[in-house]
Design a protein around this ligand. Structure first.
Ligand SMILES: Cc1cc2nc3c(=O)[nH]c(=O)nc-3n(C[C@H](O)[C@H](O)[C@H](O)COP(=O)(O)OP(=O)(O)OC[C@H]3O[C@@H](n4cnc5c(N)ncnc54)[C@H](O)[C@@H]3O)c2cc1C
Length: 611
């Protein structure tokens, strides 16, 4: 099937859209104007927007399967059930020196919709101040004011004043991507919110406004009117979009590398090599205007390096011919760091632990399927508190003692560096293992939102089929560790604040660190900072928000793309995904990535009109 034929979603037969690798002459390859690599959170937006112009032919390449008729990704509360399945890339970090050498799980979605189809559904603009920092780092045109129209363009928000008064002047009401509060949350949620208020954390009705993100809030999620997840694929790849004759969507296809025309005065990206397995034939497909990499924070730098763009020494290590040296490719990996799950015992009736019982779980599934309601329509983290670890009003130390020293890492004084969250079930590890029958609990966690520590993505081999080495370098600085120690003690205080305290059950303070409940029972005035440090080194995890591995900036020595998201020194190649963030946001990144893709689509369309 060629570029001009009617298409829907094709799977695993590159001959339907690409040319067999019989010649090096791109003129003989199947040609599209735009090739979008990676049908994830950003890629779906770009494919949909660029193909609005019926004269533009667009090919979307996705390594994972189609989202159509995939049920697990539709269940809002069930995202952890996707972990380590074929819908996930099954990635792990390298041994983390500062986490007692642990290799931690690093989930990423492998399906149309990408990680927006497998994440925790939290819709967040993040802090307006974060984007001021972006501008100061060379990302001209990416201030919060610049992005707000695209947040609005992408969102279709349905308010629910019974839960919170969202600020409709800052929210999109007729965009593609649905957001709303879940119709049901576990009772423990209200207790945690009230406890936050009693602890001195202000209540914020809507954190997605120019006023910023501080305070405790009911989160909005990407949930549709049927209580199902709305991913970038379900939102943007509608039946109308998928049936456009100028759009080809190819799934179960790996994009291996970009190829270039180096014969002219500038280097131009001309095509992509694809395959369906490590030993399958290679196929070529050409782009007459642009190739847009949307393969995510891991896939994009891996592809760039395999294509010959990256740090000279890294390419040389794998005998990859250098096309263009860009030392920042794969560098500057920053992820939020979570305390990891910290379970606290709850009294019966407050949590969703009962759905781990097979019969109750089945009833919950039926309820969700038939009515779109019940626990499975809820979000894992339906509310959260955004705070500053340096806030002198918050109890982050033992009574009467100075808190462990930290220096401020926030983007600006109005932005947070810590997020407190609560999951209405007992989780003993990141596998979300089933707790023993009869267990009732809430799992608390804190996220370090502005780590100083930076890691990198490097190549394991010169094959795209070998996952690259992922080193987020968690807790590499003392300051990162100390902020998380303050946050952990704050969580302990929150648990012992009414009315949450009355919904939980505490045992006597004990030194038994082998018990999963030791932090629950530990007295926040007795536990030492050293004990909390040991806990974090044993329990902390990258918080699944990695960014910056092909960052935006003005200089090729320190960044990979310019403010128009064009790869420095290469014509016809852009990057649109989490890898281009100039710095880490103090919040959840998916809404920003979708808004960024909306803005990028406008930029690309404008170029097309000019040419
Ligand atoms: C468990 C979890 C929970 C999270 N919760 C939230 C949350 O609640 N809110 C929030 O805002 N963020 C959350 N995030 C983070 C957020 O979802 C991601 O940062 C975001 O979706 C990344 O978007 P992206 O476009 O950069 O990449 P992705 O959405 O991951 O898209 C990349 C796509 O490229 C494809 N791909 C990769 N390599 C290739 C290749 N070589 N050839 C072809 N295709 C390829 C992938 O299969 C994927 O579809 C969470 C993440 C995880 C893992």
């Amino acid at each position: 099937m060629g570029a001009n034929q009617s298409t829907h979603i094709t799977s695993a037969d590159p001959l339907q859209f690409a040319s067999v690798d019989v010649t090096d002459d791109p003129a003989s390859w199947t040609t599209y104007e735009y090739i979008v690599v990676g049908g994830g959170s950003a890629g779906c937006v770009l494919a949909a927007r660029l193909s609005e112009d019926r004269n533009a032919t667009v090919l979307l390449l996705e390594a994972g399967k189609s989202h159509l008729s995939d049920v697990p990704t539709r269940i809002p509360f069930g995202f952890s059930k996707i972990f380590r399945t074929p819908t996930d890339w099954n990635l792990y970090t390298t041994a983390q020196t500062n986490l007692h050498g642990r290799e931690t799980y690093f989930p990423r979605g492998k399906i149309l919709g990408g990680t927006s189809a497998t994440n925790a559904l939290i819709y967040h603009h993040c802090s307006p101040e974060d984007f001021d920092e972006w501008v100061s780092l060379g990302a001209t045109g990416w201030s919060y004011a610049d992005l707000l129209p695209y947040f609005k363009k992408s969102e279709k928000h349905t308010p629910n004043t019974k839960i919170a008064r969202t600020d409709l002047s800052s929210r999109g009401l007729d965009g593609a991507w649905q957001t709303r509060h879940p119709s049901e949350v576990a009772p423990i949620d209200g207790y945690a919110i009230e406890a936050c208020k009693n602890l001195g954390i202000p209540h914020t009705e809507d954190i997605n406004t120019p006023k910023g993100t501080m305070g405790v809030t009911h989160l909005t999620g990407n949930i549709n009117s049927k209580g199902q997840r709305d991913s970038a694929a379900t939102a943007y790849l509608t039946n109308e979009v998928v049936s456009r004759p100028n759009l080809t969507i190819a799934t179960n296809i790996m994009a291996e590398k970009v190829v270039f025309d180096e014969s002219g005065p500038t280097i131009r990206a001309t095509g992509v090599v694809v395959s369906v397995g490590p030993t399958s034939p290679r196929y070529h497909v050409a782009a007459s205007r642009e190739i847009i990499l949307c393969a995510g924070v891991v896939g994009t730098p891996q592809m760039l390096m395999l294509s010959g763009i990256g740090p000279v020494e890294e390419l040389a290590k794998h005998d990859i011919p250098l096309v263009h040296a860009l030392p920042s490719v794969g560098r500057n990996l920053v992820d939020h760091v979570s305390t990891g799950p910290l379970p606290f015992r709850a009294k019966p009736g407050f949590t969703y632990d009962y759905i781990t019982n097979r019969f109750s779980g089945f009833l919950a599934l039926l309820k969700w399927y038939a009515f779109g309601t019940g626990p499975l329509s809820s979000m894992g983290w339906p509310s959260a508190a955004f705070v500053r670890s340096t806030d002198p009003s918050l109890p982050v130390s033992r009574t009467g003692e100075e808190p462990i020293p930290v220096t401020d890492q926030t983007s600006r004084p109005g932005a947070p560096d810590v997020e407190l969250i609560w999951f209405p079930m007992t989780v003993f590890d990141d596998k979300f293992a089933k707790p023993p029958p009869g267990t009732h609990g809430v799992t608390l966690a804190a996220l370090l939102l502005r780590p100083e520590s930076k890691g990198n993505i490097t190549l394991r081999s010169r094959s795209i089929w070998d996952a690259p080495l992922i080193d987020p370098n968690c807790l590499a600085t003392e300051n990162d560790l100390n902020i998380l120690i303050r946050a952990t003690r704050l969580l302990m205080r929150l648990a012992r604040t009414e009315p949450l305290a009355s919904a939980l059950e505490f045992g006597p303070h004990s030194g038994d660190k082998s018990s999963p409940w030791w932090l629950c029972d530990a007295d926040p005035d007795k536990v030492t900072d050293k004990e909390l440090e040991d806990l974090l080194r044993d329990n902390a995890l990258p918080a699944k928000h990695p960014v910056c591995t092909a960052s935006m900036g003005s200089f090729p020595e320190t960044s990979v793309v310019d403010a128009e998201l064009r790869v420095h020194g290469i014509d016809g190649l852009r990057i649109v995904d989490a890898s281009v963030f100039p710095s880490q946001l103090s919040g959840h990144p998916c809404a920003v990535i979708v808004a960024m893709a909306e803005k990028a689509a406008d930029m690309i369309k404008k170029t097309r009109r000019v040419l």
